[in-house]
Design a binder for this molecule. Sequence first.
Ligand code: BTN
Length: 224
Amino acid sequence: MKIIKFEKIDSTNNYLKGLKKPKEDVVAIADEQTGGRGSKGRSFSSLSGGVYLSALKLNPCKTADSFTIMENAALAVCRTLSAFGIEGGIKWPNDVFVNGKKICGILIENVFGGDMVTRSVTGIGLNVNNPLPAELKEIATTMKEVACKEFSVQTVRATLVYNLFLTPSAEEYKRRSLVLGKEIKIIKPDGTEYFGVAEDVLPNGNLLLKGGEVLSSAEVSILI
Ligand code: BTN
């Protein structure tokens, strides 16, 4: 595995996706991103003081197991937070929350070939000591805000890289879930909203509701 460090770059995900023929796994790290990307085409605020990194893995798993990539990323963040005395919970499928606020963003971009994920880029932005834009203050938090102290960005980063290369665990994912056994609000793309009780996360990553309905994170969003 190779690690590349940038002081400033548009996006660590873009950098890894642009690599022509990588021969080994690569981790790209940046102090700041000028064009950090979030999910659903949104931007991701990436001011100095946070951890912004992406891991490119070659042939990480079979297509059928691609949810393990999300599972692994969310768990890596939780395990990293735990190492610094902060307990995070996972909002399906892969948002990590502390005290009801989002503490990191995860953007996974996969390339498929046959029945394999041939390349996956897992991008993680973890709020450590970085300031948050005013519009995010109500919904996002930082490790500094939670613990009322600053953390070493280098140490948090190194811990996160280490945790990203551990084996995922469906059991630990479920144990850290903020939705299982709870009533959640489901929002469909056409705006329809209704409530249901989350019963299980299936091996393919779909969410099973009490009563048998199965939800895909590609199709619905939820509120907890
Ligand atoms: C989200 O919550 O919408 C996902 C945000 C993902 C942000 C990370 S920061 C490192 C990597 N580079 C990017 O441009 N995005 C991801």
